[in-house]
Design a protein around this ligand. Structure first.
Ligand code: UDP
Length: 307
């Protein structure tokens, strides 16, 4: 297939690009490189790379010419950055996705796969793992924009028959991630023997999904035709203080684990519990993420930090 991947130089995008290039797909990456280029040299040499912004409509049209699929992963990301830049976050989401849809229409591209987020569940009631049917509760600009785009894309399926797959990622982690997210941040602190900064009580939970599992799920889901919203989750609930303990152990660190108040700007983003069901993913693809947090953290230590 010929595929345009927006955000293809980012953490999830670069790992997916590498996999798809190795499978023989013809890939164009459009990325603003705002957070650097996470593509390795070999992958970079095998793709058509365009440095640019998804808010540029003409660029999106030109970049996607001749493609069969747009994988739209470009986004402003990371709680602190999003909280500091709510308007830009919305713009990139809303205008970028509008441009992806417009480019698909103009270039007769039949499918868009979009990076949504588990953040849209917000404070949704949670007794068991969150399924896609749970009433969502987006409260931040980032989460609202992601939910808006899920619905916007679904409406284009209804009206124009565009195939759309929205992926609700649950705290993806793995090699090549930067310290905007908690796992690489705790690793960095642990490896420098600096205090590991757990926010609040550390009892808040997240469902950490390993990058290779995430990529596998994406590759399987991109073959679907129709309109889908799918969780990509590990179905394992970990509290942040246990995460800190695990990383400290794996990194063989002397760090002290400290409990501090979260920065004020994080308040709207903080949820007490988050764990996702991957039943729908399994029903659709016969696959669910299986790498345990312990295995995933050891792989990061091996790949990223082994001297
Ligand atoms: N977290 C923390 N210390 C930090 C950074 C994050 O305790 O220095 C916690 C944060 O409060 C949240 C979890 O780690 O409960 C995951 O944070 P992240 O920003 O990686 O992703 P989120 O799930 O909030 O989008």
């Amino acid at each position: 297939m010929r595929i345009l991947i927006t955000g293809g130089a980012g953490f999830i995008g670069s790992n997916l690009t590498k996999r798809l290039v190795n499978e023989g797909h013809e890939i164009t990456v459009l990325d603003s490189l705002l957070r650097g280029n996470k593509l390795d040299k070999d992958t970079y040499s095998k793709i058509n790379f365009i440095k640019g912004d998804v808010r540029d409509a003409q660029l999106m049209i030109d970049a996607s010419k001749g493609c069969d699929l747009i994988i739209h992963f470009a986004a402003v990301l990371g709680v602190d950055i999003v909280a500091d830049n709510p308007v830009e976050t919305m713009d990139v989401e809303v205008i970028g996705t509008r441009n992806a849809i417009m480019a698909a229409e103009i270039n007769n591209i039949k499918k868009i796969m979009y990076a949504s987020t588990s953040g849209i569940y917000g404070h949704s009631a949670i007794e068991n793992a969150l399924t896609e049917e749970v009433l969502v509760d987006p409260r931040t600009s980032y989460a609202m924009a992601k939910r808006y785009n899920e619905i916007y894309l679904a409406s284009h399926h209804e009206e124009k028959g565009l195939n759309v797959i929205s992926l609700r990622f649950f705290n993806v982690y793995g090699h090549n991630q930067d310290n905007r997210m908690v796992v690489p941040l705790f690793f960095e602190q642990a490896l420098k023997n600096e205090p590991i900064t757990v926010f609040g009580t550390g009892k808040q939970t997240r469902d950490f999904t390993y990058i290779d599992d995430t990529v596998e799920a994406c590759v399987r889901l991109m073959n679907l035709e129709g309109c889908y919203i799918v969780n990509i989750a590990n179905e394992a609930e970990w509290c942040i203080s246990d995460l800190a303990d695990k990383i400290k152990g794996i990194a063989n660190s002397e760090s002290e684990i400290t409990y501090i108040a979260a920065p004020k700007k994080r308040y709207d983003y903080e949820v007490e519990r988050r764990v996702g069901s991957s039943d729908k993913l399994f029903k659709l693809t016969g696959y669910k993420p299986l790498t345990t947090l312990e295995e995933g953290l050891k792989l990061i230590q091996e790949i990223n930090y082994k001297k």
